[in-house]
Ligand binder design. Structure first.
Ligand SMILES: [Zn+2]
Length: 198
């Protein structure tokens, strides 16, 4: 299996990617859930995510034989018109840097390319982070959202029977395919509807 620099599999096609309105397709599953949550917070707390943004790009790192994390659809570039590569924080105010640092502390599976390697538009699944770590954060995000819909469950990051049952019940109540997968349509409903569990 060919992997990108952070150890996630290079995607030859978009088959395993899920759509995202701001950055286009992102690797489906827990990576999508975590990245989409980060992008919502970024958009609300840091700045609008404009058209000069993207995720999937099946390419190698410039000047290297290694595959870019964009090739595994586990990295996003945000507003490259504002934050060109070359310095740590180009285009971000001191206040935004403070807010971003605090925001990223809530997403420890992510790494910001600015401080890491002078690529301030770039955010990625951190090298060395395991699938289990990403899944745990994604499950925590799902559980918190299900809580707001009135489901009684513990926010423990463990995808057990109670969480799965709540998700299935939510999907059925929303007229969604009850497949137990929290993909883009389910997340859209989780974020926009105010239906409370019966
Ligand atoms: Zn990038």
């Amino acid at each position: 299996m060919t992997t990108s620099q952070n150890g996630w599999p290079v995607q030859d096609t978009k088959a395993k990617l899920w759509p995202h309105p701001e950055v286009g397709p992102i690797l489906g599953g827990p990576v999508w859930v975590v990245m989409a949550a980060f992008l919502r917070r970024y958009q609300a707390e840091i700045e609008t995510i404009g058209r000069s943004s993207g995720c999937y790009n099946r390419r190698r790192i410039a000047g290297s034989t290694k595959w870019s994390n964009h090739a595994s659809a586990t990295a996003v570039d945000l507003n490259w018109n504002l934050h060109p590569a070359g310095a740590q924080h180009t285009g971000y105010s001191a206040r935004q840097i403070t807010d971003l640092t605090a925001l990223l502390a809530e997403f420890p599976v992510l790494r910001w390319g600015g401080p890491a390697f002078n690529d301030p538009m770039h955010y990625e699944i951190r090298p060395g982070v395991t699938r289990a770590q990403v899944k745990k954060l994604a499950t925590t995000l799902l559980q918190k959202q299900l809580l707001t819909h009135g489901f009684a469950l513990e926010v423990d990051g463990v995808r057990g029977a109670v969480t799965t049952a709540a998700l299935l019940e939510f999907q059925r109540a929303q007229g969604l395919e009850a497949d137990g997968v929290d993909g883009p349509k389910t997340w859209s409903a989780l974020l926009t509807t105010s239906t409370v569990a019966a």
